[in-house]
Ligand binder design. Structure first.
Ligand code: MN
Length: 255
């Protein structure tokens, strides 16, 4: 049997589970709020074209209004000034988007401190237990923050949200073979990242190294630490700095 037929049989037979890591898109989906004088992104919005009415008697459809960086979305290298000569979202190769992934869980420490910053030592400790980070794959950073994702105020938490230290971001970007970092928060950087050096170190280092960011993930608690096939499917917006994405994990079913 071909590998693909085997995989499809396993999905169909319930031996491989599909886990949706995507936040639903609504006008309540939390979006980043930058302070003055910076411009902000639009919230997601549906604009009715017609719904079985005089404007379209047999059909229902909408225009959508959204930023590229709304809800569960991919940051392409070109999103940051350090990656300005890098790939736009339409150019990111599928081999980076369909790739292995691992989950590092810092939920307990984030519960004690919402400004928690993951350090290189934490990842190296994780590696001693779980093995190396996946070559060409994703590190998914679980913080428990997705529990807040239905309430914008709780989710943004007045700028107190967990992230990654500046040194850890540099190390991930320059000294590991991961292709990207996925998080549960509104962006890959911590809420207090404007005060780090460099500011927004995940954006600065990872996108500057041609790597990718992935945000507002859910359901990481349903994944094992290792043994995950991740599918990240952004829209191929030509020249785009990012895109809302559907993100699905394939895992071996339990038992
Ligand atoms: Mn973004």
């Amino acid at each position: 049997m071909s590998v693909l037929a085997e995989l499809l049989g396993a999905i169909n037979g319930g031996r491989v589970d599909l886990v949706d890591l995507t936040a639903p898109l609504t006008d309540k989906t939390p979006v980043l709020a930058l302070p003055e004088p910076f411009k902000n992104t639009l919230p997601f919005q549906l604009e009715l074209i017609s719904r079985y009415d005089a404007d379209g008697p047999a059909w229902y459809w909408n225009n959508i209004h959204t930023g590229e960086h709304t809800g569960t979305h991919l940051d392409a290298p070109i999103h940051w000034v350090t990656g300005r000569d890098g790939l736009d979202v339409s150019q990111v190769p599928l081999s980076s988007l369909i790739a292995p992934a691992v989950v590092l869980d810092a939920t307990a420490r984030v519960r004690e401190n919402p400004d928690f910053l993951l350090e290189r030592n934490d990842i190296q400790e994780w590696q001693r237990v779980n093995g190396p980070l996946p070559d060409g794959g994703w590190l998914l950073y679980r913080t428990g923050w997705d529990e807040r994702s239905d309430n914008s105020a709780d989710f943004l938490n007045s700028g107190h949200t967990p992230g990654i230290s500046a040194e850890c971001a540099r190390w991930l970007a320059e000294e590991t073979a991961i292709v990207g970092l996925g998080v549960e928060t509104v962006g890959t950087d911590a809420g207090q990242a404007p005060n780090l050096d460099p500011a927004f170190p995940c954006h600065h280092r990872l996108l500057g190294a041609g790597k990718l960011g992935l945000t507002q993930l859910r359901n990481l608690d349903r994944l094992p630490a290792t043994g995950i096939a991740l599918a990240v499917l952004p829209l191929p917006i030509v020249g785009g700095s990012g895109s809302p994405a559907r993100v699905v994990a394939l895992i071996d079913a339990e038992g």
